[in-house]
Design a protein. Structure first.
Length: 318
């Protein structure tokens, strides 16, 4: 029997319909795998062995998802054929601790994505490996430098380095008397802040491009609600069908080619107004949106099944 482990926040925190983690769990069960859920704190070491304090998914209904879980079991992490690492930011000690332990078995168990990659790369900084694709970007640690960045960019976005989901994002304009106060408050909460040129094309939509094994799996546009600058779906954005234009595919080719070598098998690229703004590697979302929009793999299957097949058929390490 194939065992699969999903390390994520508890199911009661999941969106009952759109949660990509649930779509993956359901596709794993359809493939015949026994699926276990484990909270990040459940990754531990006992008698020098990395174990997961996990519950088996005994039943999982179609959306809206309802889980029936078994009793807590302590299973060696090395027993699993694949481990999906899907804990949401913030990237803090609670986020990093299980990844440090899972690095000990990553040469024997397929991890999506690799613990080392999740430890090394910030989702908002990773695009800077390809500066020709990113908007002009500053990363600052004090208000003076932040003010200088806003003055140079004139119309900017400020966002924390290690948070997600549109949390802590502000649109700033040079000359606005509120800018110093906003920057002071942001840097009081976060040690570093990203200041990036505002991209007016976001009003037309923020593209999510799902990538699997260095290939584009599917894409759609997240259109912000009226008067909003955030296109995140849980903040009112609406998914709209969108195909990646040939020129965008060409420009993204260096990114697609390199991600697998960085330990990133499954990712969500955020593409706004011709620029790469983020590479979501911790818990990429979008499988439900692809299904709702009728976007399937080349053989006509749901994207979740394609992801599961790719991850399971990649085989066990070692």
């Amino acid at each position: 029997m194939t065992l699969a482990l999903v390390v994520a926040d508890p199911p009661e925190r999941f969106d009952p319909v759109r949660e990509t983690t649930s779509h993956l769990a359901r596709a794993l069960r359809a493939r015949g795998a026994e699926v276990y859920l484990c909270a990040p704190a459940g990754i531990q070491v006992r008698s020098s062995e990395v174990v997961a304090a996990a519950r088996r998914v005994e039943a999982l209904s179609p959306p809206p998802f309802e889980y029936r879980l078994g009793e807590l079991e302590n299973l060696p992490a090395s027993r699993f054929a694949v481990i999906f690492l899907r804990q949401d930011p913030p990237v803090d000690e609670c986020f990093r601790a299980p990844l440090l332990l899972l690095r000990l078995v990553a040469d024997r168990v397929r991890c999506i994505n690799e613990p080392a990659a999740l430890l090394e790369w910030s989702e908002k900084c990773l695009p800077l490996l390809w500066p020709e694709l990113t908007p002009p970007t500053w990363i600052v640690s004090n208000v003076g430098r932040a003010m200088a960045a806003v003055a140079e960019l004139r119309h900017a976005v400020a966002k924390p380095v290690n948070r997600a989901g549109g949390s802590g994002v502000f649109v700033l304009r040079e000359g606005d008397s509120n800018v110093p106060v906003i920057l002071e408050e942001c840097l009081r909460r976060e040690p570093r802040l990203i200041i990036q040129r505002y991209l007016p094309g976001v009003a037309a939509g923020d593209a999510r491009i799902l990538v699997l094994g260095g290939e584009i799996l599917g894409s759609f546009l997240r259109v912000p609600a009226p008067a909003s600058h955030r296109a995140n779906l849980h903040r009112g954005g609406k998914p709209v069908r969108w195909d990646v234009p040939p020129e965008t595919r060409r420009r993204l080719q260096p990114v697609l080619a390199r991600l697998p070598s960085l330990g990133v098998d499954f990712a969500g690229l955020d593409w706004i107004d011709g620029h790469l703004t983020e590479i979501n590697i911790t818990s990429p979302m979008g499988l439900r949106e692809l299904e709702d929009l009728g976007i399937r793999s080349a053989d006509g299957r749901p994207a979740a099944e394609t992801v599961v097949d790719h991850c399971l058929d990649g085989g066990r390490r070692g």
